[in-house]
Write a protein that binds this ligand. Sequence first.
Ligand SMILES: *Cc1c(COP(=O)(O)O)cnc(C)c1O
Length: 479
Amino acid sequence: MKNLLEKIREQEVIANRLEVNLEERAGLAGKVSDFANRYIEELPEARSFITKELNTDRLKIKSKTKSIEEILQIFRDEVTETGIRAASGGHVGYIPGGGIYTSALADFLAAVSNEYAGVAYASPGAVAIENEVINWLKGIFSFPASAVGNLASGGSISNLIALAAARDKHGVKNAEIPRSVVYMSTHTHHCIGKAFRIIGMEDVIIRKIKLDEHYRMTPADLEQQITADLAAGLKPFLVIASAGTTDVGAVDPLDEIAEIAHKHRLWFHVDAAYGGFFILTSRKHLFKGIEKADSLVVDPHKGLFIPYGLGAVLVKDTRAVLHSNLYTANYMQDALSDDLVENPANVSPELTKHFRGLRLWLPLQLHGIEPFIASLEEKLLLTEYFRKRLEELGFRTGPEPDLSVSYFWYPSGGDENSFNKKLMDYIHEDGSVFLSSTLIEGRFVIRMAILSFRTKIATIDKAVTMVKNSLEKTKKEFG
Ligand SMILES: *Cc1c(COP(=O)(O)O)cnc(C)c1O
């Protein structure tokens, strides 16, 4: 016994290094906080895109420990000074968001308390906050209180949860798979196809619905294709619309699509990962019919500027979601009670789960919704402003966008794709503002996605100067 106690104490001395004392905590937190403050202060002047060689040797985990100063220096040099500066307002490519500071503070609290947000029994308060955030989202999209929801890591996993529910509602398995039909468009986000593969639906029939000149799905074509598939003895079961496509920010005509889907008893899914929160703005009318969706995905880490790692899914058919995810107690399906869907672990693939709700709940409590809405409205106006400035420089711009994603190209004559590709290279080389590119009907275009809460008029002015300089360089090169 004496020997055993000695052995325990011996290990304890070393293990105790993990519990830093009060004084050490204050020191560490102070240094990290100073770093964060300096980082944010420097954002407006910092380049938004940096291509440089990573020194991966500095990232290696070795037996010799490092001081917090050394670690922060490595973090600065090898992480924040490489690639896209996602926290910057100058991130105007892909789909940005920014990452508000008060949400990071919520993450700190969630991590320090390490609340287990999977099951209400373990952490009633944390789970209640998860569910309060979900209820708040139901209110925004006019979903019924009886709908179920989950806060996932992002839009991809949220879409996966919704599609699995649609599959289980319609019994799409085994021999049913190759005759089951899904309707979407060429602009549907690629995570949908990925989710189909993961959930065993790779072999369903996928129909791409025609788009109009604003890249919105055309309801008449949808109706026609469903009717033809029914006549051919196939099994249409799912329509996927986008409320804000990633490529051009288009919102499909949700109300008309909902009507067609429901007439034929199909599951109506809306992917609003990027665009959903614009329902809070003057563009509200574009979202008419979203409340008729059977399932809906929206990403607070995009349209509410929360740091990466927060998507949300809402589904009206509770039973379908439980069928996919409730594993410990399938025998209880017939006795659905409120507390089953109350537990995040029963409605998602996750069991042990990060307390994600807090990173949205805390900022909403602290700031209120008003500055979020104003910021979205500002993004819509900045999109208009950027397009006007580009047109003044002789650029062609895509059709007037529904939301805050748009694109442009320079009508150079000759090989326009090569010209614009070169222009993109120069823009990336400059890096003061980050833009990305895409192909629209074979045309190489430069994309702008204005969504970071830190993107301001000054950012757009800086982008215009950058584009102008890059255009001059490209013109010189192409003679
Ligand atoms: C971003 C996006 C997704 C994927 O969401 P993640 O959060 O990146 O996983 C899906 N659909 C649309 C329309 C998106 O913009």
